[in-house]
Write a protein that binds this ligand. Sequence first.
Ligand code: FES
Length: 106
Amino acid sequence: MVKVIFIEADGARREIDATPGEPLMYAAKDAGIAGIIAECGGSAMCATCHCYLIEAPQGPLPDPLIDEADTIEFNANDPRANSRLTCQITVTDALEGAVFQVATGR
Ligand code: FES
């Protein structure tokens, strides 16, 4: 398992276990992270799994592919340079200790 930290809208910092090979969104949903809705089921369409990548202690993550980048640009509320769709991030050891802040106001 890979330890990933989510910061919820109320500031709660929650460390969860994520399974390598699965989308990070699944782990967040399974753990009940507040604000991760995932209306489209992981199709990079809804942006209700939008988070900001705050820390990546193992090194930078691969850049978003075009579908993820487009959805962030056009569907996400308050997109930022560190915006990511957690459904488009596959859990690997490179995520160990990574910190994501749940985006709000969608
Ligand atoms: S679950 Fe819809 S964009 Fe990620």
